[in-house]
Design a protein around this ligand. Sequence first.
Ligand code: ADP
Ligand code: MG
Length: 262
Amino acid sequence: MRVGKYELGRTLGKGTFAKVKYGRNLETEAGVAIKIIDKNRVLKHKMIAQIKREISTMKLIQHPNVIRMYEVMASKTKIYIVLEFVTGGELFDKIATRGKLKEDRARKYFQQLINAVDYCHSKGVYHRDLKPENLLLDAKRVLKVSDFGLSALHQHVREDGLLYTTCGTPNYVAPEVLKNKGYHGTKADVWSCGVILFVLMAGYLPFDDSNLMGLYTQIFRANFRFPSWFSPSARILIKRILDPNPSTVHNLLLFPTFSMFS
Ligand code: ADP
Ligand code: MG
């Protein structure tokens, strides 16, 4: 099957609201990943303007740690998002199969993550769904954040209730987001980065409970414990990021403090 100048190949993965297929650019032979979204199921009219805006911003974003978005096409029923293709899989799978990372390795991934997030924020784009499942690796173990600017689609799915149960867990979500009272995209993303750093170094989640209310309570109180092997500088950094009060001043001054952990 062909879409524009791309020939569609095998399925690379299935997400919560999209299917991702391999594509070949017939003009250059270059490989791409094509995210295929079913329009009718996820889009309501009021969201279209926001999604178009975010997608056009994403096309301007070029960063070594963010999956490039090359172009977007649409048919009557589907949206095709053409993306940079990477072969290293999800960081999530690495942790799931091999367990925690050494602090040095975790630090390298974390720095790449923060660089990507900081850059996108400077362009006014927020992720809102950062988790290891959305962190891909290339063949040289360079971290690439995927799905930047696409969270509007997810949120819509959630709002609809349609895909609520398959939409993943709130384990990475900042307390102010869970409280649903409005929040800063910046701080919410930084919180998720803190949870990700913890997971990379611990091999398990800081906030976890089979009961959803129990989980919320842990997150609202930022109730977690460090494993014995975390270094003092990692502890200080994570403690500052996972601060349940979003208006605490030092949260806004986080980026300079990252250098302590470099
Ligand atoms: P969703 O956002 O709906 O969860 P994802 O964007 O996470 O969907 O994609 C689902 C899967 O497709 C990923 O886990 C990954 O295996 C694969 N995938 C997504 N984007 C790429 C890409 N740019 N290169 C290679 N594989 C990708
Ligand atoms: Mg995803």
